[in-house]
Design a protein around this ligand. Structure first.
Ligand code: C2O
Ligand code: CU
Length: 522
């Protein structure tokens, strides 16, 4: 079997650049071509936050032994509060960027990679040109400056590559190589709740990876394995949490806030506590829920975030509690079945298998219990929907030869069909209908939506054991659409016109055509 390592992979090349209004070239800055987008009409010194963000090759110790070659983000804070950037020095993950709602932010993105890249601010409501879309690539050796105002309410967001080469998408490859990081937005409403903070706020990025030989990261297998990986999405054969193998954390007998991102290419997690206590959910992609919700387990699909709360004040010192991904039935695409047949896929960590993500060990009995507020969010009411609200349908399909498609169309640069044009300010219901045997985490750029309904049409083709863990209340930018399911979302196209993207966030599906532009027309 021929395998490609991160370093051996060929760079995606020359993507046709479409200039859009607001694009301006600021000329050369020390020989580096520099582009400036969406800079709010402010002078440089008027920004609240300014930073350099480098996308760069590096080598990081992930497993014992030889360090692994990765691609990662590094940041340098030029202006703004010290807490804006916290590096993750022992991990390939990018620094955690912490912003306040209302801040104006200017970021200089430097591409030090051997291929085109972009940086997408996943979940943030930013102007089209600042959104890191593949139509505005940053070439190797070039710099792009983006400016935006933080409009979103408090929540856990993230940033990652959204590059697309001539041969197909590069999101799967570049994110897998390490180009991803957390972005936290804070606001007064959330800070006023006094949720666990500092060392009582645990950030978790869940990713699965495969290593070979001298700890080289391996992405797609050659031959049949790669074909399988492209169809099902890449599954690694071991878990990394925050870029390291799962660890034990010392905790005290008090409440903790766990903010979890699924940063994996394709794996779906079923989060549960090892002692089977309910999982308390306090927030989702777009910030806090109105009220906390208890669930037996929760499902976290690629790109989704969940905000969890756990009270350890009754725990005995010396006891441990594990956050696990519990087992579920993953249909014929699990990888286990295929791997077990000795044909393709990998058998080490099949989809739907059970494993530990983090162990909490109670080592300290300082109890500072702050009760969890019964009301978490007041400020943002649900999007109002009536019988007159227009419905737009999107059929998700997969055909052996043609691959993945949305309404029969595959990613085709910035082309937008008439059925993909919406009006600025309108509220619509988008319905995703899944006609494939695989689940698809569907993501819409530039907004947060409400999930207003799910219907199962036909059979789930083997996928089961996940339904009670779907978190549909609150605000989301990514929704898991199960096989045979139709999911309705309410969304409003606010504030910015221009091109945006919607796509499956299974990164191999996205890279292989399951992505389209839509246009917000003023
Ligand atoms: Cu997280 Cu279009 O991306
Ligand atoms: Cu998909």
């Amino acid at each position: 079997v021929h395998r490609r390592t991160v370093l051996q992979a060929m760079a995606g090349t020359g993507f046709l650049l479409t200039l859009s209004p607001g694009f301006l070239l600021t000329g050369c800055d020390g020989g580096v071509r520099a582009t400036e987008l969406g800079t709010l009409g402010l002078d440089s010194e008027e920004y609240d936050v300014e930073l350099n963000l480098y996308a760069t090759p590096d080598s990081v110790s992930i497993l014992p032994g030889t360090p692994s070659e990765v691609w990662r983000y590094r940041a340098e804070l030029l202006k703004g509060p010290e807490s804006t950037v916290s590096e993750n020095p022992d991990s390939y993950l990018g620094p955690t960027i912490r912003l306040r709602r209302g801040q104006t932010v200017k970021i200089h993105i430097h591409n030090e990679l051997p291929e085109d890249t972009t940086v997408h601010w996943h979940g943030l409501h930013v102007p089209s040109d600042v959104d890191g879309q593949p139509r505005l690539p940053i070439r190797p050796g070039e710099m792009m400056t983006v400016g935006f105002e933080v409009l979103d309410r408090a929540g856990l967001f993230w940033y990652h590559s959204h590059a697309h080469g001539e041969q197909g998408g590069r999101v799967g490859f570049q994110s897998y190589a390490g180009l991803a990081g957390l972005l936290i937005v804070e606001d007064d409403e959330e800070l006023g709740l006094r949720l666990p903070a500092g060392s009582d706020e645990l950030l978790l990025v869940l990713q699965d990876r495969t290593f070979e030989g001298a700890n080289e990261l391996v992405y797609l297998d050659g031959g049949m394995g790669a074909m399988m990986d492209r169809m099902r999405g890449f599954l690694g054969d071991r878990m990394l949490v925050n870029g390291t193998p799962p660890t034990t954390r010392n905790v005290a007998t008090r409440p903790y806030r766990l903010r979890v991102l699924n940063g994996s290419n394709a794996r779906i997690y079923k989060l549960a506590w090892s002692d089977e206590r309910p999982i308390t959910v306090i927030g989702a992609d777009g910030g806090l829920l109105q009220q906390p919700e208890n669930k037996p387990y929760v499902v976290l699909a690629p790109a989704q975030r969940l905000d969890l709360w756990v009270d350890l004040s009754d725990s005995r010192p010396g006891s441990t509690l594990e956050l696990v991904s519990d087992s579920y039935e993953a249909g014929m695409m699990s990888g286990g079945m295929m791997g077990g047949m000795g044909m393709m896929g990998n058998a080490t960590l099949p989809a739907g298998s059970r494993f530990t993500l983090m162990t909490l060990e109670v080592t300290d009995s300082t109890n500072t219990t702050e009760p969890l507020p019964a009301e978490l969010a007041r400020a943002r009411k649900k999007i109002p929907v009536t019988d007159a609200t227009p419905v737009r349908q999107f059929e998700l399909s997969h055909a052996m030869m043609r691959g993945f498609a949305i309404n029969g169309r595959r990613f085709a640069g910035t082309t937008v069909a008439d059925s993909e044009k919406v009006r600025l300010g309108d509220t619509e219901i988008w319905e995703f209908r899944n006609n494939t045997p695989m689940p698809h985490p569907m993501h819409v750029h530039g907004l947060q939506f409400n999930v207003i309904g799910r219907e199962t049409r036909g059979n789930g083709r083997g996928w089961s054991g996940l339904t009670q863990g779907l978190v549909d209340s609150g605000w989301h930018d990514t929704v898991l659409v199960m096989p045979g399911e139709a999911v309705q979302l309410a969304m409003t196209f606010e504030r910015f016109d221009g091109l945006y993207i919607y796509h499956c966030h299974n990164m191999e599906h996205e890279d292989n055509g399951m992505m389209r532009y839509f246009q917000v027309q003023s």
